[in-house]
Design a protein around this ligand. Structure first.
Ligand SMILES: Nc1ncnc2c1ncn2[C@@H]1O[C@H](COP(=O)(O)OP(=O)(O)OP(=O)(O)O)[C@@H](O)[C@H]1O
Length: 246
């Protein structure tokens, strides 16, 4: 196991050991709904190890629904999902987690009654896990519930990384947080991908996420309407905005 590194924080607990040619997750023709109400229509999406993929789109487009379906919380009505090459459409959430998937939903994934240090012990975080966010290191004896929103999200990301994921699905990492905290969190996400983890990220601030992403998909009314390299999207933010509005 590697030691912690200054740029990206502590090494991943479970090691990565990824076949670079294989997708971390691949959805083909994925359709998902709530009851009889369809939301996603035939979505094709791939995230490879080591890349940050942004999932963009207007409110109600189906971004959260897509992440929850990939994580195993919603069962597709059609299509396939493969996790590191293995079909997982009917695989329960806990087995996807065992295969290296980690999902950070919109709610903060922390232990509100435990202190920061107790939380890290619970997930058997490596020594040095708190080096990732110096602001959090100062709060080691504080209970999760009493942390600021930004500190809670730093803790949630630290806990997620301590489990040694190979694929991270993240919904609204920085919602409501100060710009500086958002930038720090997104830098950590980028550094995590640079160590081999695949990342699929829903984020309202398109410019911030595109600066760290390799590729982006735009979802509108349950359909992926465009996909492309992040730097192309960055140089055409007006075009991106028009996709949101049309
Ligand atoms: N639990 C649910 N039951 C029924 N319909 C739902 C449920 N959750 C979401 N929806 C509907 O599914 C559609 C897509 O919602 P979803 O939250 O996936 O979109 P989103 O792109 O993540 O939106 P936002 O950016 O506002 O978070 C919306 O029409 C929403 O009303």
């Amino acid at each position: 196991m590697a030691d912690g590194d200054a740029a990206g924080g502590p090494a991943l607990a479970g090691g990565v050991g990824v076949d670079e040619g294989q997708a971390a997750i691949e959805a083909r023709g994925l359709s998902v709904g709530y009851g009889r109400v369809p939301v996603l229509h035939g979505v094709d999406l791939t995230v490879r190890p080591g890349e940050v993929v942004a999932l963009l789109g207007p409110n109600g487009a189906g971004k959260t629904t897509l992440l929850r379906a990939l994580a195993g919380y919603l069962r597709p009505t059609a299509g396939t999902i493969a996790l590191f090459g293995q079909p997982c459409g009917r695989m329960p959430v806990y087995r996807r987690c065992r295969r290296g998937l980690s999902f950070m939903g919109e709610e903060r994934h922390i232990f509100p009654g435990l202190t920061v240090r107790q939380s890290l012990r619970l997930v058997r975080a490596q020594e040095g896990a708190l080096d990732l966010f110096p602001a959090l290191a100062d709060r080691g004896r504080h209970r999760g519930a009493l942390l600021s929103g930004g500190e809670q999200q730093m803790l949630a990301l630290t806990l997620a990384l301590a489990r040694g994921p190979r694929l991270l699905l993240i919904d609204e990492l920085s919602l409501g947080l100060a710009p500086l905290v958002r930038e720090r969190l997104l830098d950590t996400v980028r550094a995590t991908a640079d160590r081999g983890v695949g990342v699929l990220l829903v984020e309202q601030n398109a410019r911030s996420v595109l600066r760290r992403a390799d590729r982006a998909y735009v979802l509108r009314r349950g359909e992926l309407v465009r996909e492309g390299p992040a730097d192309e999207w960055l140089s055409d933010l007006d075009g991106l905005a028009s996709l949101y509005l049309s």
